[in-house]
Ligand binder design. Sequence first.
Ligand code: AHG
Ligand code: MN
Ligand code: MN
Length: 285
Amino acid sequence: MQEIFKSIKRSAKRIHKAINFEDFGYCETKNCSGEKQLKLDVLSDNIIEEELSKVQSVKVLASEEKEKPIEVNESGKYLIGYDPLDGSSLVDVNLSVGSIFGIYENSFNGKDLVASAYVVYGPRVELVIASIKVERYVLRDNEFMFLEEISLNEKGKLNAPGGTQKEWFSFHKELIESLFKEGYRLRYSGGMVPDLHQILIKGGGLFSYPGAKDRPKGKLRKVFEVFPFANVFEKAGGYAIDDNGKRLLELNVNDMHETTPCFFGSKYEIDRVKEYYKEKDAKRA
Ligand code: AHG
Ligand code: MN
Ligand code: MN
């Protein structure tokens, strides 16, 4: 596993350079979720594939940017699902973006995720690894230095509501409004990595990407985005559930690019989600 983290660190340094110096325009291609690909999406994907396939313990690599997983080492033990450049549509406006990694054994189902990590490319480059604990590192003089352990409080102050408000179901709107009425402050950049990182570092809050009228299954992908962050939140003492109140890490995967409604937060906010979503099916009808 340590070799995997070293390889993630090497990838992060190379992607950081690419973001700073390479062309950030679009390619002609779309990925299998039908999204336009940035040249940097493809470049970051290639960097990660090159680095992780060198690690003998890695058997399979699955990328958000590729339709199918690829086998890289027959005798390897781990399966890695990754989003090479999350929030890449924010690169042109110079907001923070990230890379997300889920490390799995046997299958890409939530229960088989054994560790995860993400990198934030912001004014600083930071790496968070959730293995037994959740550890935060910062890139200094080309090395990742340990900063602190991350743990969530029982209740936070931030509210990061994803999706298009016009398409929200009434119970979701009520949930979000109730938190604002309690004094929660809006924090949403449109990049899940910096948005979730902010909630983790500031001690708590809620990040939601709900199922809505236009996207009943939400937008965020289980294998590449949702499961890795669910692990980070749970290991930091928080919670990560779907719209049925089920732990995200108990969900299975039928299609590699499948999405799910998702809620990440500390105890208080996740209890509020459960309360407002209790009778959702009756209310949706
Ligand atoms: P990606 O750039 O990998 O396609 O993912 C972007 C994701 C995520 O970072 C963010 O939370 C969400 O898309 C934003 O979606 P909206 O534009 O619908 O808010
Ligand atoms: Mn993404
Ligand atoms: Mn992406």
